[in-house]
Design a protein around this ligand. Structure first.
Ligand code: NAD
Ligand code: ZN
Ligand code: ZN
Length: 393
């Protein structure tokens, strides 16, 4: 089959790879019909080189049709239309019982000290072949697949794999008080969808980015926006719009590819030049996160407010302004989204004919797998109005 493979920093290629096969009795094989490209893929594309294997199949936002099932795949049937969560989870361990599917004790990548395995997401997360491919092996198929109804276009349901539950969790964790103001940093797919969800839930949203068409999408959804390029100090601007206090809650949907810290960007280039084994160790310890967005969040949140980190940070010893965080009595929540924890909350909005979250028009680009190299590049450089790419294998 054909699949999008990682070959090096900023180098993905579509290659022929062996068809996936059933390996465990609770596996299934899915023929992929749609597969998202995510800001998280950009960490693999740009930053996480030391943890990648050449030829790794990328992608963690797939949906499709069940092609084959193992004997222990529960009630999953050939022909079912399913969305796959980006994390691999069993549904019956202690963590899964708590709804903490990204911490699944059956699939935790213990040798790396990490949580649940993820599709297409480096050695840190189990190096499981991903879903930007024609076919996908689905482990834990007795629990994982989210069955969705026939009828509406793929895009109505596709974002249940990541964007929707991630954005939903980010808003839930932000714990916005009634009539409160939520500041959303970053208007990639995640911040954009978090904005839509928070507005749908009746909150005031102030959203920040530096890409005109991303700001325009948030404005169209009903948010107030701040163009990063037009203000000296985002936090000061937020305070000026919130009685001098700051936002009740902040979602940081930027993560470590933030713009604004040349120092870290320099570090990345230096580490990129080190031998792989050395750089993996150094990077995990020292941390290369570009901390701009989180610092903005800490500054812009009001005293006693809540920060919800949904953008991914990857280093181990980032200096944090602990004095201010403690003094301001900030509540900080974070983590990979527990996809299946939120599906029942979100599904009614997806089968609603009015499509209140605008899922069907959310993607800006639908392209065949063969265009993956260009799509990755345009998404990273934010060219050609690229906000969300969906591959159609
Ligand atoms: N926690 C999870 O489960 C989970 C799931 C999916 C994605 N993510 C993470 O969420 C983050 C966003 O993902 P995405 O798909 O929306 O990708 P993205 O990279 O398109 O979005 C990031 C956005 O932040 C903007 N930005 C950069 N620097 C900024 C700054 N200093 N202030 C404000 N905005 C800034 C960029 O212009 C861009 O629009 C990534 O870190 C991704 O890894 C986390
Ligand atoms: Zn994703
Ligand atoms: Zn589990």
């Amino acid at each position: 089959m054909r699949a999008v493979t990682w070959q090096g920093r900023r180098d993905v290629r579509v290659e022929e790879v062996p068809d996936p096969r059933i390996q465990q009795p609770n596996d299934a094989i899915v023929k992929v019909t749609s597969s998202g490209l995510c800001g998280s893929d950009l960490h693999l594309y740009e930053t996480l080189k030391p943890f990648m294997g050449q030829g790794d199949v990328l992608g963690h936002e797939p949906m499709g049709i069940v092609e084959e099932v193992g004997p222990e795949a529960g009630d999953l049937r050939v022909g079912d239309r399913v969305v796959l969560p980006f994390q691999i989870c069993c549904g019956h361990c202690w963590m899964c019982d708590q709804g903490l599917y990204t911490q699944c004790e059956t699939t935790q990548v213990r040798e790396q000290g990490m949580g649940a395995a993820l599709f297409g997401f480096s050695k840190l997360y189990g190096e499981v072949p991903g879903g930007q491919a024609e076919y996908l092996r689905v482990p834990q198929a007795q629990f994982m697949p989210i069955k969705v109804p026939e009828g509406p276009a793929d895009e109505r349901f596709l974002f249940l794999s990541d964007v929707l539950p991630t954005a939903w969790q980010s808003v839930a964790y932000a714990d916005v008080p009634k009539d409160g103001t939520l500041l959303v940093l970053g208007l990639g797919p995640i911040g954009d969808m978090a904005t839509r969800i928070a507005l749908h839930q009746g909150f005031r949203v102030i959203a920040v980015d530096l890409v005109p068409e991303r700001l325009a999408r948030a404005t169209a959804a009903g948010a107030e926006v701040i163009d990063l390029r037009a203000v000296d100090d985002v936090a000061e601007e937020v305070r000026s719009r919130t009685n001098g206090r700051g936002a009740d809650s902040v979602v940081d949907a930027v993560g470590m590819e933030a713009h604004g810290s040349p120092v870290a960007a320099f570090g990345q280039v230096v580490f990129g030049a080190l031998p792989r084994r050395v750089s993996a160790a150094v990077m995990a310890k020292v941390g290369l996160d570009r901390m701009t967005a989180i610092y903005t969040a800490i500054d812009a949140v009001r005293r006693g407010g809540t920060i919800s980190l949904i953008g991914v940070y990857g280093g181990q010893s980032d200096p944090m302004p602990m004095l201010t965080m403690f003094d301001k009595q900030i509540q900080l929540r974070m983590g990979q989204a527990n996809v299946k924890r939120w599906v029942d909350d979100i599904m009614p909005l997806l089968v609603d004919d009015a499509d209140p979250l605008g899922t069907e028009t959310f993607a800006t680009h639908r392209v065949p797998l063969s265009e993956a190299p260009t799509a990755y590049e345009k998404f990273q450089k934010k060219q050609d109005g690229t906000v969300k790419v969906v591959f159609k294998p």
